[in-house]
Design a protein around this ligand. Structure first.
Ligand SMILES: [Zn+2]
Length: 281
């Protein structure tokens, strides 16, 4: 048997490697380029990056953040994304053990990392990521336990016998997706009608459709609340510190993404407290 520390180490290193691939996705998907070919090259001099210079995090440190050929600075985003993905995969293992649930949340973490960084860099939440993620969320729901409990509660009111677990789990996913996408669509549409300009893009709507399929209803509600709070606090701080105007466009998707990950790893006590309130009424 492998010890927990060894499996945790494997999860972290695997996350580093996936993070390296996510960097490629962050750079190329918004530009409509292939994420498979060609191999990575220096953005300045075009020299292909040798495999030994492409080791996650380590290569950046060894090369001191510069291209080996021309000395151009390499963005610290690359090692940051790799390290972050490693930490998230490790957290998934620590929280959910060796299970399909860990696979589900690792995939979700990877999708969110891509969306957070494309949103920060270019204010783009690519359809490819949102819709692929939405489909994955629905499929994974069939193989993992119901994420929410809302479907079970609803089924209890309608059926004498609860439906099989995959059906409940899929209903939870659909409820989360419908609520997440629906609420943001209403806000986006309402803002547009009131102000006559777009305040929130459809990207955020599609992102929450995707996230809702993974999160289920309660965690989707918590994510939207958390994302709005983060956006308000950090957004105001950015506007004040960097002296941007109030028309400065915040990367709302990035705040929603950060909130969704906080909810996945630390939101269970809140969700249980909320469920207990309902139960005692
Ligand atoms: Zn170069």
């Amino acid at each position: 048997m492998l010890s927990g520390a060894v499996i945790g180490g494997i999860a972290f290193v695997f996350g580093l490697a996936i993070g390296s691939f996510l960097n490629v996705c962050i750079l190329r998907i918004p530009a409509g380029k292939s994420i498979v070919l060609p191999a990575s090259a220096c953005t300045k001099c075009g020299t292909p990056i040798k495999p030994w210079d492409n080791i996650p995090v380590l290569s950046y440190l060894i090369l001191r953040g510069k291209c080996r050929k021309c000395g151009t600075k390499i963005s610290p985003m690359y090692p940051a994304v790799e390290f972050l993905t490693g930490v998230l995969f490790l957290l998934c293992y620590l929280a959910f053990g060796v299970s399909l649930i860990t696979l589900k949340w690792s995939i979700f973490s990877a999708l969110i990392v891509v969306l957070v960084f494309t949103d920060i860099r270019e204010r783009i939440l690519p359809d490819l990521v949102n819709f692929t993620g939405f489909a994955l969320g629905l499929v994974l729901s069939l193989f993992t336990p119901p994420s929410d409990g809302m479907a079970l509660w609803l089924a209890g009111r309608v059926f004498a016998f609860p439906p099989p677990r995959p059906v409940l789990s899929l209903i939870d996913a659909l409820l989360g997706a419908a609520f997440g996408g629906g609420v943001l669509w209403v806000i986006s549409e309402g803002y547009f009608r009131l102000r006559g300009r777009e305040g929130m893009g459809l990207g955020d709507v599609k992102m929450m459709l995707m996230a809702g399929a993974f999160l289920g209803l309660r965690r989707t509600i918590l994510t939207i609340l958390g994302g709005s709070l983060l956006g308000t606090v950090i957004g105001l701080a950015i506007i004040i510190i960097k002296r941007k105007g109030t028309d400065y466009e915040l990367p709302f998707g990035a705040f929603l993404g950060a909130a969704s990950l906080l909810v996945v790893f630390f939101g269970s006590p809140v969700v249980e407290w909320y469920a207990s309130l309902l139960r005692f009424r």
